[in-house]
Design a protein around this ligand. Structure first.
Ligand SMILES: Nc1ncnc2c1ncn2[C@@H]1O[C@H](COP(=O)(O)OP(=O)(O)OP(=O)(O)O)[C@@H](O)[C@H]1O
Length: 572
């Protein structure tokens, strides 16, 4: 097959490949060792976590098909094309294997995992709960010049008919507040910084108007063999959230000309690369894997029309910031005036807003649904004072009190503790699985599937599952360990009580280690009208916003320190 044929594969009138002769020259990076699993504050995607950690979960999923799935389908051997020796299996640790002349620098096997095919008929998601109607009463603050008017219904939203049909299939009858405000803003070409509570439909709030725009104002796709110019990039801090966002994109684009793909670590790069071969409009990605594809010259940002940071505050914290800067400062990235930049999260502290605004056009629209960084009021929060020695006993007590513990997430801080607690619960005959960064990617995905379909009633997780995951039927979140940041607490407990459903969160507070969180916990409990235990010493707390939290758009603050010079801004 010639290069030109590769480029011409598209049959869509919209998708015109520009076949080009082979690009010679190797840009193999032989020494690209990345560490990480999204499990802590470290940023980056993982090229190197597979292969040596299997022991972590063997006891948990005795019937786990994860390994079988992945190893059985691994594709061996390289496929030399156009003078480049791409190894389909080449992945973590060694980058792509380059031209085959670079010896491996790691003993770790490269991931061969090819994720399962997408199911076109899976429109199953969290159903609207009885408190959904109360969403309409949540205060929404919008700032920015000439903000487009919000919509009241999907029917009158101006979204294309094909999308309205998809929404019906998804059983989305009424837009959530963030959707009412964000959809017209994005359709009208504006940038957005938006905060809305966990489980309130932020994903569709950006995916719908993006797909609408790509369909309404089509621009030819640019691609060729091993080269792709996506028109939209959606960034996620974790692989599982990336998969979930891709699933939403898939649901809303089935049968249209819009093509999407996903790039995330722990999977075979060859498979992902092949998916880009016919041109792609939307790439959902974790930062490390995207940067590696960009570094290889496979993905370029010349045609970017939308750049989205989901969980924007997480993407801009110390862990991921360098990766995001690398993307936004990349030589091929269009300037911010030539793209729409969309930032979403449930938590957007002032300092993050200050940093984030440099990425946006100065006239971006700021939307805050409810209190920024506030916990969802549909989650009944309980804080119990428990020493670390009593935690296991207390965990069993909580599970016993639940009766049926189906749909329980238990959060811990340490990866090894996740295995330890999952083993402990399994021994007590609670069907339990775990997800954390030391598990191989197929195991992680299998663990989530087992939890979603109730094969496993309990999921023990580290921070890797704290943000964004939308799992039907999560009834209770237990913080076996409290996280070190209050925003992380808000995200964790937001895995339950989604979309107007009631949820419950029980957190173990160990006064010897969790003191630093006490005043923030009091603030969050007060904001959500929850009972404040006396050991938190919160009686006299005024509940005011501290810790970098804000009710407002930072542009409205009078503090001159907040003013970033035009020169600084242009640096982005
Ligand atoms: N208008 C709607 N009507 C009914 N269901 C909806 C609507 N919008 C979104 N949903 C569903 O609501 C659930 C939560 O949506 P989503 O995961 O986008 O929330 P989120 O605000 O991004 O949460 P988080 O802050 O935890 O990431 C999903 O199951 C989604 O399918």
């Amino acid at each position: 097959m010639s290069d030109g044929e590769w480029g011409d594969e598209s049959s869509s009138s919209n998708n015109r490949g520009r076949g080009r002769g082979g690009r010679g020259g190797g840009r193999g990076r032989g020494n690209f060792n990345r560490n990480n699993d999204f499990d802590s504050s470290q940023g980056g995607d993982s090229w190197g976590n597979d292969g040596n950690n299997g022991g972590g979960g063997g006891w948990i999923d005795r019937n786990d098909q994860g390994d079988g799935l992945s190893r059985g389908r691994g594709r061996g051997g390289g496929r030399g094309r156009g003078g480049r020796s791409f190894d389909n299996n080449a992945d973590d640790g060694n980058g792509f294997g380059g031209e085959g002349d670079q010896p491996p620098v790691s003993d770790k096997p490269r991931p061969t995992y090819i994720p399962p095919e997408l199911d076109d008929n899976d429109f199953n998601s969290v159903e609207v709960g009885m408190n959904f109607d109360k969403y309409q009463n949540i205060e929404v603050k919008v700032s920015g010049d000439s903000v487009p008017t919000h919509i009241e219904s999907f029917k009158n939203s101006g979204l294309r008919e094909v999308l309205i049909e998809k929404l019906e299939k998804c059983k989305y009858t009424t837009p959530t507040p963030i959707q009412k405000y964000a959809i017209p803003v994005i359709i009208n070409g504006r940038d957005i910084m938006a905060s809305a509570q966990t489980g309130s439909g932020k994903t569709a709030a950006f995916v719908l108007p993006i797909v609408h725009t790509l369909l309404s104002k089509p621009i030819d796709l640019v691609f060729e063999r091993d080269y792709c110019e996506p028109q939209c990039i959606i960034m996620s801090p974790t692989r599982e959230l990336a998969i979930q966002i891709r699933d939403v994109v898939h649901k809303l684009t089935i049968g249209t000309v819009i093509k999407h793909s996903i790039l995330y670590g722990g999977t075979a790069t060859g498979h992902q690369r092949n998916q880009l071969a016919n041109g792609i409009h939307i790439i959902v990605a974790t930062p490390g894997r995207l940067n590696d594809f960009v570094g290889r010259g496979i993905v370029s940002f010349k045609s970017i029309r939308f750049f989205v940071l989901d969980e924007a505050d997480r993407m801009l914290d110390m862990g991921f910031k360098p990766d995001i800067e690398k993307i936004l400062n990349h030589q091929t990235m269009v300037d911010r005036h030539s793209r729409q930049t969309l930032l979403f999260s449930a938590t957007l502290a002032d300092d993050i807003q200050m940093m984030a605004k440099c990425y946006l056009k100065p006239d971006y629209v700021f939307i805050a649904v409810g209190e920024i960084g506030g916990a969802c009021k549909d989650v009944k929060q309980e804080i119990r004072e428990v020493t670390k020695f009593e935690k296991k006993k207390e965990l069993i007590k909580v599970l016993e009190s639940l009766g049926d513990c189906t749909g329980t997430m238990v959060f811990v801080e340490q990866k090894r503790n996740a295995d330890f607690i999952a083993a402990f619960l399994s021994e007590k005959d609670y069907p339990t699985t775990s997800i954390h960064g030391d598990r191989e990617q197929p195991e992680r995905e299998q663990a989530l599937r087992d939890f979603k379909n109730n094969k496993m009633k309990i999921l023990v997780a580290t921070a890797v599952a704290a943000r964004g995951l939308d799992i039907k039927g999560v009834n209770c979140v237990i913080n076996f360990d409290l996280p070190s940041s209050i925003d992380e607490y808000v995200h964790r407990i937001g895995r339950t009580g989604r979309l107007g459903n009631s949820g419950r969160a029980v957190s173990f507070y160990d006064s010897s280690s969790d003191n630093s969180l006490s005043s923030e916990l009091v603030r969050i409990l007060k904001q959500a009208d929850q009972e404040i235990p006396s050991f938190l010493g919160g009686g006299g707390h005024n509940g005011g916003y501290g810790g970098g939290q804000s009710f407002d758009d930072v542009r409205q603050h009078n503090n001159t320190d907040n003013n970033i010079s035009a020169a600084d801004e242009d640096a982005w």
